[in-house]
Ligand binder design. Structure first.
Ligand code: FES
Length: 307
């Protein structure tokens, strides 16, 4: 005699592995934006849960799930044969089909998901591995920079890209510091939304110098920098003094080679204490306009969308 036949297909029970896998992917994507360590952790989580998930899916159907056959109750062995055949036929027909449908659905979903997300992730990640036109650039002999006055320097960050790569920096020679020339080099990108800030004061345009792709325009005397977009104002050290900017103006590193000034990579600044060669610069990794680099807001808004 056999137990009543189980008409329900045997599918794997509910599992938490997909949830863990999804969490790992989310951590990975967040890590791509904020930190490679977090991205690595996300990748490990996703891999671990993917392994457990796949292992569950590919594990065979336990025989315990198959319809059980009661011990023969006096019938001949031949009486069991049809029941056993029914069990095998049932297992071969039902479970493999449902398993095939489940795996093919997951596979198809994965392929579609990959096609949709791969380009977006590629555009998001690729810039981090590409050259960003931040090579040192020769701005000319340091004698072209009068002490205590800003000079507006423009140059092409990448000549192969032409004028679209033109950058502007405010350069001030601060005199000697411990026997070395000291410079303040401030970016013209507003720390609010990136508009080009202007020098608040007259320019000495008749003494403009040009060589190669570099143009140097001396200023007469400036009272700081102002942004024409939303009224952001900065003092002569680049500190925000009014308007919506979230921090001080970015600065550039520099080096002196054979008596010439080379402008280097930009970095962000929360604020500057003091002025000139004795200024204390509170330096941070280069951040985008509108991005807080310290304080409570940097914790409240830790992730910036791709710019
Ligand atoms: S972009 Fe400069 S104040 Fe808004």
């Amino acid at each position: 005699m056999t137990e009543p036949h189980d008409d329900h297909p045997h599918v794997p029970g509910p599992s938490l592995w997909p949830v863990g896998f999804a969490v790992g992917i989310v951590v990975l994507l967040v890590g791509v934006i904020i930190s490679w360590w977090v991205a690595g952790l996300g990748g490990l989580i996703a891999l671990a849960f993917a392994f457990l998930w796949v292992r569950d899916l590919t594990a065979g159907t336990p025989l315990a799930h198959a319809p059980e056959v009661a011990p023969e109750t006096g019938g001949a062995a031949a009486a069991d044969a049809p029941a056993t055949a029914t069990i095998h036929e049932d297992a071969e027909e039902r479970y493999p089909r449902s398993k095939f449908l489940e795996l093919s659905t997951l596979g198809l979903g994965g392929v579609i998901g990959g096609i949709v997300t791969a380009p977006a992730i590629g555009f998001m990640v690729a810039p981090a591995f590409l050259k960003q036109g931040q090579k040192d650039h020769d701005l000319g002999p340091i004698s072209d920079f009068p002490e205590g006055k800003y000079v507006i320097a423009t140059y092409m960050a990448d000549k192969s890209q032409g004028e679209v790569s033109r950058r502007t920096a405010f350069v001030r020679y601060n005199g000697q510091l411990k026997g070395q020339p000291s410079f303040t080099i401030i970016s013209n990108h507003c720390a609010h939304l990136g508009c080009p800030v202007q020098a608040n004061g007259p320019l000495d345009e008749k003494n403009t110098k040009t060589f190669g792709d570099v143009t140097l325009i001396p200023t007469v005397s400036i009272a700081g920098f102002g942004c024409p977009c939303h009224g952001g104002q900065y003092n002569t050290e680049g500190n925000r003094i009014a308007g919506p900017p979230v921090r001080a103006l970015d600065r550039y590193a520099f080096s002196i080679r054979n008596g010439r000034l080379f402008i280097g990579k930009p970095f962000s600044v929360s604020h500057v204490d003091g002025a000139g060669s004795s200024a204390v610069i509170h330096k941070w990794a280069f951040s985008f306009p509108g991005e807080h680099v310290n304080g409570l807001e940097s914790w409240l808004y830790p992730i910036q969308p791709p710019h």
